[in-house]
Design a protein around this ligand. Sequence first.
Ligand code: NAD
Length: 288
Amino acid sequence: MIAARIDGKEFAARVREEVAQGVKDLQASHGVTPGLAVVSVGEDPASQVYVRNKLKYTKACGMNSFHRALDADTSRRSLLLLIESLNKDPAVHGILVQLPLPAHLDSRDVIQTIDCSKDVDGFHTSNVGDLWTSGKPFIPCTPLGCLMLLKSVEPNITGKNAVVIGRSNIVGRPMAALLLNESATVTIAHSNTKDLPAICRQADILVAAVGRPQMIKADWIKPGAIILDVGINRIETPDGRGRLVGDVDFEDVSTVAGAITPVPGGPGPMTIACLLANTLEAAKRAVS
Ligand code: NAD
């Protein structure tokens, strides 16, 4: 079997087009332009790239974007005051604090300060609770993007065995909640899980969110399974330039799986597209 390639880049472009149309509609109906505030602290190089892309795509779909870049030694008090001012700003519908934060700042504390109706990352405990109790949360962007990609190849997830590898607050746990809400039978595997390959072989749907390059091999995979590879890992190449790979050995696993996301070009581009969709949704909720 050669797995179908699930194209996250193309799907994300479609989501962004829909968001851009939604922005126009909201402007026409309510005179409101959605606004996203991105707060960054310090100069982590990877974070700078992510922030630049978020701001670029926010503007490209017709929304306002506000970047608040703070020094690495910013105090907790200054950061929380900034978030409180953004909470009150009617031009700001979504607030995102770029993680990781410098070590002296507690990200949980910072996220809890964001007004949960502007928490477009879906990390506030109010949104986390709503996700697990079938409320109407803002859903964390990476798992939301994965679910959209999954449904594009398998609309009916009910009763399927889903294995999520990774239990982080930003990917693994919310992904498991989303799959459970779709009535899958969900297993969450992690660094202490025993005999991971045997657990993965049960999976009709496998989500890898680990951060270990090409860890998952063909003999871990049930024939025909759908594979969503969230991992983004840089590996060395002979030319010294390096390249990005996922947690899944794409070439090897493609010989057994039914469908698979590539890295790059899988869940990655969907993350920003879903952030834009969440920001539009926040603006719609604000006017309703
Ligand atoms: P994390 O480090 O917070 O969590 C990794 C998880 O993997 C942990 O829960 C850990 O228990 C588990 N794990 C580690 N080693 C394991 C092993 N040998 N076997 C089984 N489980 C193991 O990472 P994260 O933030 O959840 O991110 C995971 C990966 O996804 C990273 O590569 C990250 O770069 C990527 N990521 C991509 C996007 C995106 O596409 N937009 C967004 C977030 C994260």
